[in-house]
Design a protein around this ligand. Structure first.
Ligand SMILES: [Fe+2]
Ligand SMILES: [Fe+2]
Length: 166
């Protein structure tokens, strides 16, 4: 079923939001590397790539349904952070905003009786639960580490292993 104008615009906004997330994670990755956390930087760069794949899922979906892809402007991401905790708190806040946007998109699809969008949006609902859980877990680990150099080094190595595994 061809996508209607309302859903097409909403999906275009979501594509831009996912690309903005990718952009923001890239900036966080650079800050982490400069701050001596190369493992966390690799992990964050992998996270950025994942956000681009999210954007591409919506992108292809719009095209498959005969819609038009109009990309929006991206904002320059913040490049300075107070701490590693600040980075991951910012990331979690971003993931929560994305979850809200996906929820709103689902609501709109239902209102528009655009049930062809439901399977894709179901995937994103599940993905967002995972994303929020991942960042919450990282913040728990960082709280436990409490800035101890040994613990931070251990965490950075662990992140590095995950970054290369993905
Ligand atoms: Fe995403
Ligand atoms: Fe995400």
């Amino acid at each position: 079923m061809q996508i209607n104008e309302t859903m097409n615009e909403a999906f275009n906004r979501q594509i831009t939001m996912e690309l903005q997330a990718a952009h923001n994670y890239l900036a966080m990755g650079a800050w982490l590397e400069c701050s001596g956390f190369s493992g966390m930087s690799m992990w964050m760069q992998a996270q950025s790539v994942e956000e681009t794949t999210h954007a591409m899922k919506f992108y292809q979906f719009v095209l498959d349904r005969g819609g038009r892809v109009n990309l929006g402007l991206l904002e320059a991401p913040p490049s300075e952070f107070d701490s590693v905790v600040d980075v991951f708190e910012t990331a979690l806040a971003q993931e929560r905003d994305v979850s809200t946007a996906i929820n709103d998109l689902y609501g709109l699809a239902t209102a528009e009786r655009d049930f062809a969008s439901t399977p894709l949006l179901d995937w994103f609902v599940t993905e967002q639960i995972e994303e929020e859980a991942t960042f919450s877990q990282i913040l728990d680990d960082l709280a436990l580490a409490d800035g101890s150099p040994q613990a931070m080094l251990f965490l950075d190595r662990e992140f590095g292993a995950r970054g290369t595994a993905e």
